[in-house]
Ligand binder design. Structure first.
Ligand SMILES: Nc1ncnc2c1ncn2[C@@H]1O[C@H](COP(=O)(O)OP(=O)(O)O)[C@@H](O)[C@H]1O
Ligand SMILES: [Mg+2]
Length: 239
């Protein structure tokens, strides 16, 4: 495992993955896509409402299954494994950040982040607490550990949600409109935190309709009517 990073499989490898919702008039929300996201990449998916962004995120996040194609997550063929193993893969390797922060209002920041480890870690409570504190320090909230979410700004709440998403040390962070509820200065502080996480080796996929959020990413993938088109932006360092 020492110098094998170049040969590491992509974190996300979609091969002809498609999703059709069944019903009286079936909707093909995602046409067959090819998408590979390597370790440590920062990719933005941008598209208007109804274009298939959530469909794609749910597939990549193992919350839904494709109706065609193959999805290799971190080299694991996710169509070949049990529901239980999919849940384990999701819990250990994927973190989620949503537009709404979904924090427990009557729990402190530390408790909110500790809760995310309940089903993924058999470690003792003191270890879970230490991990939670470490994650909160990483997002710049080491001074608000015992605060309740209601006393925090929107940007701080989203940072608690990010700490919760990274506490299990996922490889992939999926963020669906992470700044959608924030004014622009708070949005920038949250995007700065996400940039720092990439510097630490996390792979980040941000879903957004906001061009300024997408502009932070090295790769931008556009989605329209369930079809992807990719534009390469900025410096390309990862070959
Ligand atoms: N569970 C579902 N059943 C039927 N159609 C759906 C379902 N979820 C989404 N759709 C349709 O699939 C398309 C893409 O939706 P979605 O992925 O939610 O787009 P976005 O997140 O970009 O707004 C839309 O036409 C939507 O109406
Ligand atoms: Mg959506």
């Amino acid at each position: 495992m020492t110098s094998a990073t170049c040969a590491a499989p992509p974190v996300v490898d979609l091969r002809g993955v498609a999703r059709t919702y069944q019903g009286p008039s079936p909707v093909t929300a995602l046409h067959p896509v090819e998408l590979r996201i390597g370790v440590g990449e920062h990719v933005a998916i941008i598209g208007p409402s109804g274009s298939g962004k959530s469909t794609l995120m749910n597939l990549i996040g193992l919350l839904d299954r494709p109706t065609a194609g193959t999805y290799l997550m971190d080299g694991v063929d996710t169509s070949q494994i049990s529901e239980r193993d999919r849940t384990a893969l999701r819990g250990h390797r994927i973190g989620f950040v949503f537009q709404a922060f979904h924090l427990m209002p009557h729990r402190s920041c530390v408790e909110n982040v500790m809760l995310a480890q309940l089903y993924t870690s058999r470690r003792p409570k003191a270890t879970r607490r230490a991990n939670a504190i470490e994650a909160l320090v990483q997002v710049g909230l080491g001074h608000r550990l015992e605060a309740h979410p209601g006393t925090l700004s929107g940007g701080e709440r989203q940072r608690v949600a990010i700490a919760r998403a990274i506490v299990n040390r996922p490889k992939l962070l999926l963020a669906d409109e992470p700044t959608g509820n924030l004014d622009s200065s708070m949005a920038h502080s949250v995007l700065d935190i996400l940039d720092n996480l990439i510097a630490d080796g996390l792979t980040l996929l941000v879903i957004t309709h906001d061009a300024t959020v997408a502009a932070r990413a090295r790769r931008t993938v556009r989605i329209a009517d369930g079809r992807l088109t990719e534009t390469q932006t900025g410096a390309t360092g990862a070959g």
